[in-house]
Design a protein around this ligand. Structure first.
Ligand code: FAD
Length: 601
C-alpha cells in the first residue's frame, strides 16, 4: 500500500484533462504514457485504495437517460448498441468513460513519422475467431459494416516470407553477458503472428549459440527437443498416465524433473516464453497450459487452424471494431459507409457528447457512485455521479449497465447486497503493457531478418513488426526504407513462484511507479543492444513511443462461483464487461453486454 501511495496520480493530474468538445481533441495521436494514462484511475484508486467516498457536492444535470453505461469499452459500447436495438433508436443512452478515449482496452495508437501516418494498437489487437461468433455475431458484423472476407487480401500473408522475416531471440548484455541475436525463437510464440517465419537454424545450433553456460546449453537442447513424447519416455507412462501427468504436474516440474533444467538463465528464458498468451509467467502454469501458451519445451505447431487464421486485425486493432460501434450510434462522428472506410476517416470527437444525440459518450468521466433512488426493489430510477475535471456531476437513468472493471463496482454501487459486493471484489485482471514505437525505417529489422524478437532479458519480452494489414486507403509499410510501427509486449510478473494475485499486485505497482523516461531508457537500451549500430541509431530512427500500460488488463475472474455471484442483476443495475464472463476476449465482452441489457428487462 505504501508503494500504492507513491504511484497514485494526484487530483490535479486527474483534473488536467483537455476538453473533449474542442474540435482539435483527438486522443489516438497522443503518444507518451497511454493505455490507462496518468490521471485516468485517480478517482477509482481513491475509492478502492484510500476508501474515499466524498468527492464534494455534485451538480445535478438536467439530463435523464433511459440507460447509463459505466465504461466505454467494447462491452459498454455493445450495451448501448443492443439497448437501442431492443428498445428503439430513440432511447437516450449516456456512456461514461474515465479515459480520454473510448474503446477501453481497444485503443488506437497513431504515429506520424516523417509526415506519414502509421496506425497501430495499444491494447485489444485482433478479432479472435469471428467466423464462429454465431448468428448474433454475424448480424452484428453486418450491421457494423465489417466484412470478414476483406482480410483475405487486406492481411498480407506473404509479407514476412517476402522479406524473409522470422522469429529470433535477442539475448541482452545486462542479463546474458553479451548482446546477441540468434535466429531461433526457442518457443512457439511466433506462430500467433500469422505468416511470420520460424527458426532459421537448427535446435542444435540454437542451443550452441545461446550465451549461457555449457550446462545451460545442454539443458536448452533438451528443452528444444522436448515434448510429450519425452515426458512419456522419461517417466515410463502409458497414454492415459501421460494425460493424467500433464494435468497434475506443473510446467516447472516438467522443466526440472523431466528435462533436468536448473540453469537460472535457461529458467528465465522459459519463464518469459509464454508472454501474453497466458497472463502469467510460466512458473504459475501447468504443463498443458504452458504448451497452450506457446512456452518453450514443445515442438512448434500452428496456433490457428488454416481455415481460421488470425488475421482479422484492423490497422488500429479492435479500435476498428469500437469505431464502427460509435459511428453506428453517432452517425455524425465520421464519414464512411463501413468499418473499413472508418480506418482513415477523420473522427470528430466533438460529436460524441452532443445534446441532440440519442447516444452520448462522455470521456474523462469516472463514475463514483451509482444507487437506486429509494428502495432498490421499487425504485424507478438510478442516480449516477461521476467526476469530470475534478467536479462531481449527477444524472439519472431508468437503468444502468456497469460495463467497467468488475472489481471497482462495489466501491461505486453503494446499495449492493453484501455477498455480491464481496464476490465482485475478487474479480481480478492481470497487468499488461503494449508499447508501440514509430520507427523512421526498418532497415535493421530487415537486415537481421526479424519478424519477432523474443527478449527474455528485457522489460518487453518481445519486439515485433506490426501486423501487415492495408485497408480503407491505409497502406502498411512497403519497404524497409519506409516508416513503420513495431510493437513491444511487456507482461509484468511479480516474484517468481509467488501466488498469482500477489504477482499481479506487485507487478501493477512496479509498472505504475515508472515514468515515461524509464520506459524510453529501457526501449533505447533494448533496441540499441539488439540492432546493428550501423543501421540503427535510437535518436535518429525512433520518431515516437506510446507506452500503453494496462494495470488492469486481461480478465481472469475470481475463485469458485464468485464471477456468477458478482454479475447478478441488482434491480435496475446490471453487470457487463469481459470480467463478468470471465474471458479476455472481445466477443465475450459483447455477449456479456447482451446479457446485461436483457437482464434490465
Ligand atoms: C493489452 C491487451 C490486449 C488484448 N488483446 C486482445 C485481442 O487481441 N483480442 C481480443 O479479443 N481481446 C483482447 N484483449 C482482451 C480485452 O480485454 C477484451 O477483448 C475487450 O477489449 C474488453 O472489453 P471490455 O469492455 O469488457 O473491458 P475494457 O476494455 O476494460 O473496458 C471497460 C472500460 O470501463 C472503464 N471504467 C472502469 N471504471 C470506470 C468508472 N468508474 N467510470 C467510468 N469508466 C470506467 C475502463 O477504464 C475501461 O475503459 C486484450 C486486452 C489487453 C489488455
Amino acid at each position: 500500500m505504501a508503494a500504492g501511495a507513491t504511484m497514485l496520480p494526484n487530483r490535479t493530474q486527474a483534473a488536467n484533462v483537455l476538453d473533449a468538445k474542442d474540435p482539435s481533441y483527438y486522443p489516438p495521436s497522443r503518444t507518451g504514457l497511454r493505455g490507462s494514462h496518468p490521471g485516468s484511475n485517480t478517482y477509482a484508486h481513491a475509492m478502492a485504495l484510500d476508501g474515499d467516498t466524498d468527492f464534494g457536492p455534485a451538480t445535478t444535470l438536467n439530463e435523464e437517460y433511459d440507460l447509463v453505461v459505466v465504461g466505454g469499452g467494447i462491452s459498454g459500447l455493445a450495451a448501448a448498441y443492443y439497448y437501442q436495438q431492443k428498445h428503439g433508436q430513440d432511447k437516450k443512452v449516456l456512456i461514461l468513460e474515465n479515459h480520454d478515449d473510448f474503446g477501453g482496452h481497444a485503443r488506437r495508437n497513431e504515429h506520424t513519422i516523417d509526415g506519414k501516418l502509421r496506425i497501430g494498437y495499444g491494447g485489444t489487437q485482433t478479432l479472435v475467431d469471428p467466423q464462429h461468433w454465431g448468428k448474433v455475431g454475424q448480424d452484428l458484423l453486418d450491421d457494423l459494416g465489417i466484412d470478414l472476407s476483406r482480410w483475405d487480401t487486406a492481411y498480407d500473408l506473404d509479407f514476412f516470407k517476402r522479406h524473409n522475416l522470422g522469429a529470433v531471440m535477442y539475448f541482452n548484455k545486462q542479463v546474458f553477458g553479451e548482446d546477441k541475436v540468434v535466429r531461433h525463437p526457442y518457443s512457439n510464440h511466433y506462430n500467433y503472428i500469422q505468416g511470420c517465419m520460424g527458426a532459421k537454424i537448427s535446435n542444435e545450433e540454437a542451443a550452441r549459440e545461446a550465451p549461457v553456460s555449457e550446462k545451460g546449453k545442454e539443458q536448452l537442447l533438451r528443452i528444444l527437443n522436448g515434448g510429450y513424447h519425452v515426458i512419456k519416455k522419461v517417466h515410463n507412462l502409458t497414454d492415459a498416465e501421460l494425460r493424467q501427468f500433464t494435468r497434475t504436474h506443473s510446467y516447472y516440474d516438467y522443466l526440472k524433473d523431466t528435462l533436468g533444467v536448473g540453469d537460472p538463465l535457461v529458467i528465465r528464458m522459459a519463464r518469459m516464453s509464454a508472454l501474453d498468451w497466458g497472463s502469467l509467467g510460466t512458473d504459475m502454469m501447468g504443463i498443458r497450459g504452458a504448451d497452450g501458451a506457446g512456452a518453450m519445451g514443445f515442438p512448434p505447431r500452428p496456433v490457428y487452424d488454416p481455415d481460421n487464421p488470425y488475421i482479422h486485425h484492423f490497422p488500429g486493432g479492435n479500435a476498428g471494431f469500437t469505431r464502427a460501434f460509435v459511428k453506428r450510434m453517432i452517425p455524425d462522428v465520421a464519414v464512411g459507409n463501413n468499418a473499413e472506410e472508418l480506418v482513415m476517416a477523420a473522427f470528430h470527437y466533438d460529436e460524441l457528447d452532443k445534446a441532440g444525440n440519442a447516444v452520448r459518450i462522455r470521456l474523462n468521466s469516472t463514475v463514483v457512485n451509482v444507487h437506486h433512488e429509494g428502495d432498490p426493489a421499487n425504485a424507478s430510477e438510478v442516480s449516477v455521479t461521476y467526476m469530470n475535471n475534478n467536479k462531481a456531476y449527477r444524472v439519472r437513468a431508468k437503468g444502468v449497465v456497469m460495463a467497467c472493471y468488475n472489481v471497482i463496482i462495489p466501491y461505486i454501487c453503494s446499495d449492493l447486497p453484501e455477498e455480491q459486493a464481496a464476490a465482485l471484489k475478487l474479480q481480478t485482471k492481470s497487468p499488461l503493457q503494449y508499447t508501440s514505437v514509430g520507427l523512421k525505417n526498418w532497415r535493421a529489422f530487415k537486415e537481421l531478418e526479424i519478424g519477432v524478437a523474443m527478449s527474455p532479458g528485457n522489460m518487453h519480452q518481445n519486439a515485433m513488426m506490426d501486423f501487415p494489414v492495408s485497408m480503407g486507403g491505409y497502406e502498411y509499410t512497403r519497404s524497409p526504407e519506409d516508416p513503420c510501427i513495431i510493437q513491444m509486449v511487456h507482461c509484468p510478473y511479480g516474484e517468481e513462484g509467488a501466488p498469482e494475485e500477489e504477482q499481479y499486485s506487485e507487478a501493477r505497482y512496479a509498472m505504475l511507479n515508472l515514468q515515461f523516461q524509464d520506459y524510453e531508457d529501457e526501449i533505447r537500451s533494448h533496441l540499441s543492444g539488439m540492432l546493428p549500430k550501423d543501421l540503427f541509431n535510437f535518436d535518429r530512427d525512433v520518431a515516437s513511443i506510446s507506452v500503453n500500460r494496462w494495470a488492469h488488463g486481461y480478465a481472469n475472474g475470481g475463485p469458485g462461483d464468485s464471477t456468477k455471484i458478482g454479475r447478478q442483476p441488482f434491480h435496475r443495475i446490471t453487470v457487463a464487461n469481459s470480467d463478468s464472463a470471465p474471458g479476455a476476449d472481445s466477443w465475450v465482452a459483447v455477449e456479456m453486454a447482451i446479457r446485461a441489457v436483457n437482464e434490465l428487462g
